[in-house]
Design a binder for this molecule. Structure first.
Ligand SMILES: [Zn+2]
Length: 445
């Protein structure tokens, strides 16, 4: 498609030339670090005004759609319709093009059959957009809500205009995220039955994908039904709360990392509980195949039964918990021998640990025992045995982070004593979790 050059003598051409040279000037000044001369207030004003101009450009988009429509350019360029024409000329997605066409229908100026000029359908919203106060995304959201209220309620024209004014005022104060909550409340008020799609549709759309990527990490994506989502949120949210302790300071994990670790807690809990359905005659088990020498050298990779790579460090971390089933393979991969150890902490041992530690033994942590892992104070690879005097309970977070934080644990008098890293003020004094200390009774403190 050839686009003929814009005639510089038409008023639109002249205005566009002026816009381009003004924009060049602004870009030049910004790139020459002109913004650094502004004080904070001036800088904020600059950022806001640029955003307003970006918002105002939507008005130009409406005009483009309107003329493309009038001239039926979609058919002329064999791209089906105006949205197709926009997608090709502006190199945007079909979805974006449809959004622009929709926006132009409700926010652009209209013409009556008689040729007379009519104001936009959503006049108040269009005015706010002309001032640059409302972005394209916000405008789309508000229009959707107004359309929903129009369908579901019996508001008259004046009441609808009042609602439009109110929603535009919200858009001046809130970004799309907060605005969405506000609009949902408005929709729920006017259309109590219509806000939620019906249960069957939600159930139809349910899915969870757990995909192993090339680096061995997993991508988790899904859409849960309302009850499953609510149940999962109820389980994960308390586990994902920050775990600051006086000894180690604030919890530095992001919200997403804490949520991930909550999933880790749950899966660890389920694997330990032994209540999972059996798969192929085995209880739910993480099977890791690893070269013997790789294991001893503590660097390299093992592989899970699904082929996902797992660094030795993480294999060893799993081994703190898991049942070990050594399987010796020959160089071609054939099984030479298979055995089974009883290294796994027995249920009785676990009960003893629950009774003694009562939860994570890291100083100040309040994680309950059900969500703790068993930590071998002397690692099994270093000859540490699975006995009560070599085990302590640690929440997943502290289990994974205490070494990097410079902490050390030692069994003294059969209890897990912690040694703070050198940068801590109480350097050198072994710390016993206050919960464990209290369990020993006042006379033994
Ligand atoms: Zn902990």
């Amino acid at each position: 498609m050839n686009v003929s050059p814009l005639n510089g003598v038409t008023p639109v051409g002249v205005a566009l030339d002026e816009l381009e040279s003004a924009l060049d000037k602004v870009i030049g000044l910004v790139e020459a670090r002109g913004l650094t001369e502004l004080d904070h207030d001036q800088f904020v004003t600059f950022a806001r005004r640029i955003e307003q101009h970006r918002n105002r450009l939507s008005r130009v988009d409406h005009g483009i759609v309107s003329v493309a429509d009038e001239r039926d350019l979609g058919t002329r360029f064999s791209v089906r319709n105006t949205a197709g024409f926009l997608a090709v000329t502006a190199r945007i997605t079909k979805h974006q093009a449809h959004q622009r066409v929709q926006a132009a229908c409700v926010l652009g100026r209209r013409q009556a059959m008689t040729g007379e000029d009519l104001p936009p359908l959503r006049e108040i919203l269009a005015e706010a957009q002309a001032l640059g106060d409302v972005g394209a995304q916000q405008a789309e959201m508000i229009n959707d809500t107004l359309a929903c209220v129009e369908r579901a309620s019996s508001l008259d024209v004046t009441e609808l205009a009042a609602l439009e004014t109110e929603l535009v005022a919200h858009a001046r104060n809130f970004g799309p995220r907060e605005l969405k909550h506000c609009l949902q409340r408005v929709e729920a008020h006017h259309d109590p039955d219509g806000v939620l799609p019906d249960e069957d549709r939600v159930r139809e759309q349910r899915f969870v994908h757990l995909v192993c990527r090339r680096d061995g990490a997993y991508a988790l994506e899904g859409r849960l039904t309302r009850d499953v989502g609510a149940a999962l949120a109820a389980v994960l949210t308390p586990l994902a709360k920050p775990r600051p302790t006086e000894a180690a300071g604030p919890d530095l994990r992001s919200a997403g990392q804490r949520m991930h670790d909550a999933v880790e807690d749950i899966t660890g809990f389920l694997l330990r509980s032994g209540d999972l359905p059996r798969r192929g005659g085995l209880p739910s088990t993480v099977v890791v195949t690893i070269d013997h020498e790789t294991l001893l050298s503590r660097s390299g990779l093992g592989h899970t039964s699904l082929g996902a790579p797992l660094p030795v460090r993480e294999v060893l971390s799993l081994c703190q918990e898991a049942e070990i089933i050594p399987v010796v393979l020959d160089s071609a991969g054939a099984v030479l021998s298979a055995g089974r150890t009883s290294r796994l902490a027995t249920p009785q041992l676990t009960q003893m640990l629950y009774a003694r530690d009562g939860g994570c033994s890291f100083p100040g942590c309040d994680a309950p025992p059900e969500f703790c892992e068993r930590h071998h104070v002397i690692a099994w690879i270093d000859g540490g045995e699975t006995r009560i005097d070599n085990l302590t309970l640690l929440c997943r977070y502290h289990h994974h982070t205490f070494l990097d934080g410079g902490w050390r644990v030692e069994m003294r008098d059969g209890l897990p004593h912690w040694f703070a890293p050198t940068w801590c003020p109480d350097d050198g004094v072994p710390l016993l979790h206050h919960r464990i200390r209290h369990r020993r009774g006042p006379t033994r403190c």
